[in-house]
Ligand binder design. Structure first.
Ligand code: ADP
Length: 311
């Protein structure tokens, strides 16, 4: 079973209007999905046919509704209940733009967090791979992902971490490292204080090699949107070039990439296949209008078109 963690899930609500009329009425029809990066990962894993359990923190009436949305998507879920209401995030598609209104979400108490850690520890025992995705809600200390990584490592379960800011800093500074991190180019440049482009991968390699925080991470994968990704793994540098496609909606491509990595790592795939699978999922998500959803009937075409080379 693959365990996905979403600490701050949300009812993702999309409204589409041709033109947004400011300071007047706009009539809309909502499209709602169970959101948060970890739930995007979960949806893609369900599409890939994996046995998964989604966990995290869920609260109030919106938490109950999120449970129904997960059921509808075929996602098995074992969330820890909290007192606060789970959040709603709104994406407004208008005039060729995407305007987002993101609630910060509930405040989590220390007792609720400990209940979650207990639930997580039980679930990890049956997991072949764990994904930790997204931001941490208020009240949850920045080193919580580092703690979850250590719990999984004790049971020899690989952990894929996709977060940013203080939560990523704490995980990189911890003694026990995640198996894989997947910053995008902007995030890695922020971390390193650099401004590398996809044409400066040997410079990126040198900067990562000189930075102790990455020393014990088995897979450091830097995703680069339409340019694909580059993986630093086992002393090798593997470049994956994404095939040229018509991009419909790349939101969730990073989450889909994580799902592809988890799918391949849990199946014991070789290094090239891990990278190919992640990139295939990222690209197939970009071809689909929905977030965290793959155009599965293009799987064979895209999977064989991803170019992997060793630098
Ligand atoms: P994030 O969503 O984390 O910022 P990226 O935008 O780097 O992640 O996308 C993750 C992966 O999805 C890329 O490495 C690539 O494989 C795929 N991808 C994203 N956008 C495109 C695109 N326009 N064309 C082809 N593949 C894409």
């Amino acid at each position: 079973m693959i365990l996905t963690v979403t600490m701050n899930p949300s009812i993702d609500t999309r409204y589409t209007v041709d033109h947004l009329i400011v300071d007047d009425v706009n009539r809309v029809v909502p499209a709602k999905t169970a959101g948060g990066k970890g739930l995007n990962v979960s949806r893609v894993l369900v599409q890939l046919g994996d046995d998964i359990v989604a966990t995290g923190l869920l609260g109030g009436h919106s938490g109950a509704y999120l449970g129904e949305l997960m059921d509808a998507d075929g996602i098995t879920h074992r969330f820890t209940p909290i007192a606060g209401e789970s959040r709603t995030c709104i994406a407004l598609l208008h005039d060729g733009n995407q305007t987002e209104l993101l609630e910060s979400g509930p405040v989590v108490s220390a007792e609720e967090l400990e209940a979650f850690v207990g639930n997580y520890t039980d679930l990890v025992s049956d997991a072949s791979c764990v994904t930790l995705s997204g931001s941490l809600p208020k009240g949850v200390p920045a080193d919580t992902y580092a703690r979850l990584v250590a719990i999984a490592a004790e049971k020899n379960v690989p952990v894929l971490l996709d977060t940013s800011g203080a939560a990523l800093d704490a995980a990189l500074d911890a003694e026990v490292k995640p198996t894989l991190v997947k910053p995008n180019l902007t995030e890695i440049n922020d971390l390193l204080g650099t401004s590398f482009t996809p044409d400066e991968l040997s410079e990126l390699q040198a900067a990562l090699a000189a930075d102790e925080r990455f020393a014990d991470i088995d897979w450091v994968v830097v995703s680069m949107g339409a340019a694909g990704s580059v993986a630093f793994h086992g002393g090798r540098v593997l470049r994956a070039k994404a095939p040229r496609i018509e991009c419909v909606n790349a939101t969730g491509s990073g989450d889909s990439t994580i799902a592809g990595f988890a799918h391949a790592i849990a199946a014991g795939a070789d290094d090239e296949e891990v990278l190919r699978c992640g990139n295939t999922c990222g690209t197939l998500n970009a071809m689909d209008p929905q977030t965290g959803h793959l155009v599965m009937d293009k799987w064979d075409e895209i999977h064989s078109a991803v170019e992997i080379s060793e630098l």
